[in-house]
Design a protein around this ligand. Structure first.
Ligand code: 5GP
Length: 116
């Protein structure tokens, strides 16, 4: 995986509105929010571009940590009870722009389906 804008956010070289951080996971508000709550949750050390490179045998613990973060953030943002959406764009046709695995948390409004 090459350098991305998220690498710079992890190294604090460019600013971001960080809402959660530990040794393995960083979460910050999306710069172009698509819902009242729109937060990106990313692994800090894992160098993979998207879900196509996930291996259960290697990444199970990290995936658990990412979802622990999702749930803690959702509770802190007050969207846990009403519900929220977690999106992972993976590859060109999905609309993925940043090639660093990331989970979108979207909430604070009624979501539509199909997602388009
Ligand atoms: P993707 O389309 O790759 O799934 O999502 C990338 C997301 O990163 C987009 O929602 C976009 O708004 C967000 N984004 C891109 N550059 C930046 C940035 O510099 N700062 C923040 N906070 N979000 C960014």
């Amino acid at each position: 995986m090459g350098e991305t804008i998220f690498s710079k956010i992890i190294r604090k070289e460019i600013p971001a509105k960080i809402v959660y951080e530990n040794e393995d996971v960083l979460a910050f508000r999306d710069i172009n929010p698509q819902a009242p709550v729109h937060i990106l949750v990313i692994p800090k050390k894992l160098e993979i571009e998207n879900t196509t490179q996930i291996k259960g045998s290697e990444h199970a613990e990290l995936l658990g940590k990412l979802f622990d973060a999702v749930n803690e953030i959702a509770r802190a943002e007050g969207i846990s009870e009403k519900g929220f959406r977690v999106v992972i764009n993976s590859g060109p046709e999905s609309g993925q722009d940043v090639l660093h695995l990331h989970l979108h948390i979207l909430g604070g409004r009624k979501m539509h389906w199909p997602p388009g």
